[in-house]
Ligand binder design. Structure first.
Ligand code: ATP
Ligand code: MG
Length: 526
């Protein structure tokens, strides 16, 4: 009897150890591994209920799986277990039993026998514990304990391995999430330059989904134009993969999308035998740097051109006046002085525009707001320009009851000056220039229209950009730095208004802008 009992014990022990070894080598997930451990442990010592708790990072025990476990049992033990820090001391079976007794008072079959063993590694690290319970008066024996201890040692190793696998998986998922959510485009290539994965940012940049990209040659996914520097993903025969980090730049051009300039870094990754394992391609959007660079060079060429003309005119007339041998009549002196004055004004205006542009850039455009009669400002501006042209006819078109607006008079004069000056400049054959306004809801909408060369639809958005001038022979002959409309738009927007236009090539252009009505003032009489 004793012998057969012993044999069946041994048998169960062997079976349990074998099952754990199998679990160790098979790739069990942690939860199912824990369930297997608990089931075998309970079976070995004929426990009716139990649980496995795992050690958290801060040394506390957390219930991982339970078996036949009435919630009142765990509830009774939880507070006691929660205050244990396994790095300092372990639980005490006598205490556990006492807690169980309190919890099961009055119940018919109280689970009052307990055996609780740590899942301990060779270095004494406690990865958790197995807690088993039985009802009745038959306690767990020393044999049960020995049996379970061997088992627990095996189980601890299995738990550690499963946990490591889990941690690896988590770390991998974290890295993948970081790559996926990176604002830079990332593409991972195999050694044959075929795409393994691309992240969302790269997919957005090139307009190819990650599924479509997978397995394609990298030159099919990343198509670059105007390339400079070192590149790997080239259509006409890619160079051998890099052994160090490569960098190049290029444009991604997609129909219906704005051109994006990117900087591409190619970093090879080697395995521990020195074989090329992957190439990581990182794309950074450098469009803004490029634009800033282009702007800088436009600035220099425009400004030098715009400065040269007045300066050479001033110098020419001044030196004529200075020549001792020149026959100076009154007429010539007056004409020279007039041109010198005009050109100096132009220089002054250009300098002021530049200063304003840089103020706007720095966000330092301040307005001095007061109630203003827009009719008066428009009329003053027109009077100034009327004397400068005899080809153009000016018409004022203001209703008599136009309300006052809230604005900065000096700045609004600048707006009219620029729009009227453009209207004259870009209608070389003359025509009517109409300036007027209408009240619309709580704003006044002002317009300046001409019968000039007009602005093609595709350019209408660009003309408000700094230094932007439409490229055509006529326009090139008209002087300008491309700053006027940029300033006008900034001023109108600083007033809380909006600017837009309506134009047709060879028919003419109307610019409109809105300004908020001064709601505290009575209607103006012009
Ligand atoms: P600046 O005003 O600095 O002296 P500019 O007149 O060239 O130079 P903007 O006033 O900003 O610059 O105008 C930008 C471009 O828009 C002009 O170069 C011109 O090509 C176009 N443009 C502006 N107003 C008109 C208009 N009324 N008719 C036709 N084209 C216009
Ligand atoms: Mg202009």
């Amino acid at each position: 009897m004793t012998l057969s009992l012993f044999t069946s014990h041994r048998q169960r022990q062997l079976e349990a150890l074998l099952a754990i070894s199998r679990a160790l080598t098979s790739r069990l997930e942690l939860p199912s591994l824990l369930r297997t451990i608990l089931a075998y442990a309970a079976e070995m010592v004929q426990a009716e209920a139990g649980f496995v708790a795992l050690t958290t990072r801060d040394g506390r025990l957390r219930l991982a799986v339970g078996y036949g476990l009435p919630s009142r049992v765990f509830e009774a033990l939880a507070p006691y277990l929660a205050q244990i820090d396994v790095r300092e001391n372990l639980w005490n079976e006598a205490e556990l039993r006492k807690q169980l007794e309190i919890a099961s008072e009055g119940s018919q079959y109280p689970l009052n026998q307990v055996i609780a063993l740590p899942l301990m590694l060779e270095d004494e690290e406690v990865v958790g514990g197995i807690f088993l319970f039985r009802s009745g008066s038959r306690g767990f024996t020393a044999g049960d304990r020995t049996l379970l201890r061997d088992f627990a040692d095996q189980a601890a190793i299995a738990v550690r391995n499963a946990r490591q696998v889990e941690q690896l998986r988590e770390a991998k998922a974290r890295v993948e999430a970081i790559i996926e959510n990176s604002p830079n485009g990332v593409m991972i290539l195999d050694p044959h330059l075929r795409v393994e994965t691309i992240n969302r940012a790269l997919s957005d940049l090139v307009g190819v989904s990650p599924e479509e990209a997978r397995g394609k040659r990298c030159s099919e996914v990343l198509k670059l134009e105007n390339v400079t520097g070192e590149h790997l993903c080239l259509e006409q025969g890619s160079p051998p993969p890099p052994t160090g980090i490569w960098y190049g730049e290029g444009d991604i051009v997609r129909p219906g999308h704005k051109r994006v300039t990117v900087g591409a870094t190619y970093s090879p990754l080697f395995d521990r035998y020195g074989n090329l394992a992957n190439i990581i391609v990182t794309l950074t959007d450098i469009t803004r740097y490029r634009e800033a660079e282009e702007l800088k060079s436009t600035f220099i060429s425009v400004i030098s051109h715009e400065l040269k003309t007045p300066v050479s005119l001033i110098k020419g007339y001044a030196s004529t006046l200075a020549r001792e041998d020149a026959p100076l009549n009154k007429e010539l002196v007056r004409e020279s002085a007039r041109i010198i004055e005009e050109e100096s004004d132009r220089l002054n205006e250009l300098i002021n525009n530049l200063l304003d542009a840089s103020r706007i850039q720095a966000g330092a455009l301040t307005l001095d707001m007061e109630p203003i009669s827009i009719v008066r400002v428009a009329r003053t501006a027109i009077e100034r320009y009327r004397t400068q042209t005899d080809k153009h006819r000016f018409l004022l078109d203001f209703p008599p009851d136009l309300p006052l607006v809230l604005g900065d008079e000096k700045r609004l004069r600048q707006v009219f000056d620029n729009l009227i000056h453009n209207a004259i400049k870009y209608s070389p054959n003359g025509g009517v220039i109409r300036v007027g306004a209408r009240k619309e809801d709580d704003s006044v909408v002002v317009f300046v229209s001409d019968e000039g060369i007009g602005i093609p639809l595709e350019e209408q958005e660009n003309i408000f950009e700094r230094f932007y001038r439409i490229d055509s022979s006529l326009r090139r002959s008209a002087q300008g730095a491309g700053l006027g409309l940029f300033l006008v738009k900034a001023i109108i927007e600083a007033h809380g208004g909006r600017i837009w236009l309506d134009s047709e090539p060879d028919q003419g252009t109307t610019f409109y802008f809105s300004l908020p009505i001064d709601d505290k003032a009575p209607p103006a009489s012009s």
